[in-house]
Ligand binder design. Structure first.
Ligand code: PMP
Length: 443
């Protein structure tokens, strides 16, 4: 833990509490965004004197910058073991990547089906809605994805399923989906699979094209800012044929061969899908983070973070009035995050108490996975409709903690002790934080 911690910026930052004391801040909100690595900042500083436009100039710096940018694709390819023929498109984020993919796959035929799931982030749900017939694979009682329902739906829509779009790991419960099994089933029925890697790639070994006995993943996307690099870079990976379609979603310089006012010829992908001046600093930051995570060993990181989350689950189980969402018997594959609620307190109050009483940053609300949280909370259609049409700040939700590789068992102890105190003196804390009216909607 302390070895991983030494690589991350901002772990020794103090914040002030409600009582005026200063304490080391504790960041349990890594699923939203992670702080950068020292290696990332250093790489940006070292590269800065050589920074110039990508694919646009004949000068030494421009050529060097362009080479570095292209090398970045190979760093990404190796990290997730993508096929040599796959196209690696640099994007702004996972959200942008999925929107680009939805556009590239859409044929105008709304009869074509995308199977999303009941546990998706809105990024892997909304972009499909207006371009395809969308259906959602249900969850089992235990909270995992139902492979039986997946097969039922693959059969029901056989011949029409363009894509099965599933998250690698849930940003609400931390579940890791059995993506290679899902891939096998999808391929059996002629459908391809897209995996939203935003919460998965930074926390576990990902292998798009493993041994022959394990089914490959067709498409993958993830974001730099959840893997210790700054905002503004992400990737979309997929087979060439997808990106051969005539026109990309974003159009402009850099994406074209030759343009007249009458006609356009397009460059080959990935350039065709990267119109505008590429985000070289963002790509350098992301690929440097990838190299550092590779060097630290992502399997070791996963193992350490698993210990952290198991420790947190045990701790939370001892706090009266806490409900943990979708924790099964502890054997499930998961990344290092979980969501909970505390009886008698609104989720925004719990988040405020953690921040004000101990400097602990968490996320509360619906985590941009509204339908999933609505289902976990058992909200009725009427209740949802009420909140959609009233500006009522008591909207239900959950509290989420999400660990990075630099978090420690001691930090979880601080969190645990505070929650025990809150459970014991609930009336006091409820009154003290009565003012909290944060609706905690998608940020
Ligand atoms: N998918 C999942 C599972 C996520 O957790 C997130 C980020 N909250 C996204 C997609 C979207 O990522 P970004 O905001 O970087 O586009």
């Amino acid at each position: 833990g302390s070895y991983f911690r030494s690589h991350v910026v901002g772990t020794e930052t103090k914040v002030s509490l409600a009582n005026g004391k200063h304490v080391l801040s504790i960041n349990f909100d890594n699923a939203a965004t992670t702080p950068p690595l020292y290696s990332v900042l250093k790489a940006i500083l070292c590269f800065a004197p050589w920074y110039a436009s990508v694919h646009r100039g004949k000068g030494h710096k421009s050529i060097f910058t362009s080479e570095l940018y292209e090398q970045g694709r190979e760093i990404v390819r190796r990290f997730v073991n993508a096929d040599n023929d796959d196209v690696i498109i640099f994007t702004k984020s996972t959200t942008e990547a999925i929107n680009i993919l939805a556009y590239a796959l859409a044929s105008g035929d709304k009869e074509q089906v995308v199977l999303s799931t009941d546990m998706e982030h809105l990024a892997n749900d909304m972009p499909w809605r207006d371009k395809f017939t969308i259906d959602y694979i249900a969850l089992t009682k235990a909270g995992g994805l139902s492979l039986t329902d997946l097969e039922t739906k693959l059969k029901r829509y056989e011949g029409k399923v363009r894509l099965v779009a599933v998250t690698g790991a849930s940003n609400v419960t931390g579940y890791i989906n059995p993506v290679h099994k899902i891939a096998r089933l999808s391929h059996k029925y002629g459908a391809r699979i897209f995996v939203d890697g935003a919460q998965w790639v930074p926390h576990a070994s990902v292998d798009m094209k493993p041994a022959l006995s394990v089914e490959h993943i067709d498409y993958l996307a993830f974001s730099a800012h959840k893997m210790y690099a700054p905002f503004g870079a992400g990737v979309l990976i997929g087979p060439k044929d997808t990106f051969a379609k005539a026109a990309p979603a974003y159009q402009g310089g850099g994406a074209v061969g030759l343009v007249s006012q009458q006609a356009v010829t397009w460059d080959d992908p990935p350039a065709k899908y990267e119109a505008g001046t590429p985000n070289m600093m963002g790509v350098l930051a992301m690929t440097t983070a990838i190299e550092t995570l590779g060097r630290l060993d992502i399997a070791d990181i996963h193992h350490y973070e698993r210990e952290l989350i198991d420790y947190a689950i045990d701790a939370l189980k001892s706090v009266p009035g806490i409900t943990l969402y979708s924790i099964q018997d502890g054997s499930e594959e998961r990344v290092s995050l979980l969501s909970f609620s505390m009886e008698g307190l609104h989720h925004s109050q719990v988040a405020e108490i953690l921040a004000q009483e101990a400097g602990i940053a968490v996320r509360n609300g619906l985590f941009c996975a509204h339908p999933y949280v609505e289902k976990l909370l058992g909200l009725s259609d009427d209740t949802i409709k009420y909140y959609q049409t009233h500006d009522d700040t008591s909207i239900p939700g959950l509290v989420r903690i999400s660990f990075g590789m630099y978090n420690t068992f001691q930090e979880i102890d601080v969190f645990h002790r505070l929650l025990l105190r809150v459970a014991k003196h609930q009336t006091y804390y409820k009154r003290k934080y009565e003012y909290v009216l944060d609706p905690g909607r998608c940020n």
